[in-house]
Design a protein around this ligand. Structure first.
Ligand code: ADP
Ligand code: MG
Length: 263
């Protein structure tokens, strides 16, 4: 891994780097506008490896845009983002390479309807990672196992519940062996009784040490799983704190008001 390289290389090994592995994601002065609308303003945030950050904020506050900038679905027009020490926002960045390092799960699962569950997961392994069929199948089945769906691998997406389809979408992202996973309201399109199974998979991933940035309206998930919770408001990172502090002791009036509405 990058961390062990740094520690092994004496010229880079300073006392401060030992025991302080490089952060997984660093946002530095990130700004984004659409036309005249400022959507993100001077975002500074460092996400440690194996951390789960939950991103909360009113509709239109910039949550999706921040996630989309993290895998270059949008390009910030100010500042920098780096993933495990590598700046991804410079001109000429390897966009496809970065998208396989940074997995993303959306509200809508976007599975290919005419393909089986297994094919949905192997497709990118074959096309992007050039895996041979047997190897792609082995990787895909291990990820389907992880989300509890290997036994349904021959079904079509339409033969699955929404919660199962979203778990397939998670398996598909995991198959690329990402360093970071982004979740943009991954449970918002699901019937209430199907939300839990998807949150359980996300909770397991967090426990296993995946680095995650999660936009969610599930406050209990944020309280139980997040290492830190971030509040975005009008494109500003207004507060960041461990969940106990975030929910028990919100500092700004805007966060107090937001929590009053959602809790
Ligand atoms: P959130 O996910 O917090 O609801 P978004 O990041 O989706 O917020 O959007 C933040 C703001 O940026 C909103 O005002 C939205 O209308 C605007 N916006 C998002 N994407 C685009 C786009 N492609 N073009 C123009 N405006 C956009
Ligand atoms: Mg959004």
């Amino acid at each position: 891994s990058t961390t062990s390289t740094v520690v092994a290389d004496k010229t880079l090994s300073t006392p401060s780097s030992v025991g302080h592995p490089q952060p997984a994601i660093v946002y530095s002065h990130v700004g984004k506008r659409f036309g005249r609308t400022v959507v993100l303003e001077d975002i500074d945030l460092s996400v440690d490896t194996a951390e789960t950050i939950c991103l909360l904020g009113p509709s239109g506050s910039g949550k999706s845009t921040l996630l989309r900038c993290t895998n270059l679905l949008e390009v910030p027009d100010r500042g920098q983002i780096s993933i495990h020490g590598q700046v991804i926002t410079d001109k000429g960045a390897d966009v496809d390479g970065i998208r396989t390092r940074v997995g993303m799960v959306f509200q809508r699962f976007n599975l290919f309807p005419h393909c089986s569950v297994l094919e949905n997961v192997t497709m990118a392994l074959r096309a992007v990672h050039n895996k041979r069929r047997e190897e792609a199948v082995a990787i895909a089945r291990s990820k389907l196992e992880l989300v509890g769906l290997d036994h349904l691998r021959d079904r079509r997406p339409a033969q699955l519940s929404g919660g199962q389809q979203q778990r397939v979408a998670i398996a598909r992202a995991l198959a690329m062996n990402p360093e970071v996973m982004l979740f943009d309201e991954a449970t918002s399109a699901l019937d209430p009784e199907l939300v839990g199974e998807v949150l359980d998979v996300m909770r397991d991933l967090a426990k296993q040490g995946m680095t995650m940035v999660v936009v969610t309206h599930q406050m209990r998930f944020a309280k139980e799983v997040a290492s830190r919770v971030v509040f975005l408001d009008h494109g500003h990172l207004l507060e960041i704190a461990p969940p106990e502090e975030f929910f028990e002791n919100p500092r700004s009036e805007r966060l107090q008001l937001f929590l009053k509405r959602v809790l």
